[in-house]
Write a new protein. Structure first.
Length: 183
């Protein structure tokens, strides 16, 4: 109820309500931006742009999802836009010709921590890391990821599968190294 009242006030351009929503969601949305950008200054810039856009477009918020989910989508899209601009000089690889194999096995060795998974993801190429991050950490499905990244569903599934394979390979290497140090 509290959020509904704040959003209603924000739609009337109430600056205090905007500040209250900003204070409520700033830290969480900063963490979302940091997961993509890995740089505090860039994440702060993207966060500010996301809040500005959210308050400019608040009339489009209809309440069919939580305000936090709506805002998170804006932060994710702004983060991805930032990365696209940063990588604009790179040539995209067309993966639409690839066939997708189905592999729903996400198990890893016992003893591998969430932090080790996150660190291993950092070493992956951006195209695989972004799909994995959106799927595993942000909870988006293939259709949503395809729309966010502007790729086909097949490309999304292919990148997820390949990224998962690379991630498992890195984690297995680290686990073997970690285990040999303990022995």
């Amino acid at each position: 109820m509290f959020h509904i009242n704040l959003v209603a006030k924000c739609k009337k351009n109430d600056r205090k309500a905007q500040m209250q929503l900003y204070d409520k969601y700033c830290q969480g949305m900063f963490c979302v931006a940091m997961r993509f950008l890995k740089n505090e200054d860039d994440a702060e810039d993207v966060l500010q742009e996301a809040f500005i856009k959210a308050f400019q477009k608040i009339e489009q918020y209809k309440g069919d999802v939580t305000f936090g989910a709506w805002l998170k989508k804006i932060v994710v899209n702004r983060s991805l836009d930032f990365l696209k601009v940063k990588k604009a000089h790179m040539v995209a690889l067309d993966e639409t010709y690839m066939q997708v194999a189905q592999d729903d096995d996400w198990t890893v060795e016992d003893g591998i921590t969430v932090q080790e998974v996150k660190m291993a993801m950092e070493g992956l190429s951006e195209k695989y890391r972004l799909v994995l991050q959106l799927y595993l950490m942000e909870g988006y499905d293939h259709d949503e990821i395809s729309e966010i990244l502007g790729i086909t569903n097949t490309t999304c599934r292919t990148r997820l599968l390949r990224g998962k394979g690379q991630l498992k390979e890195v984690l297995n290497e680290r686990f073997i190294t970690k285990k040999s140090r303990l022995d």
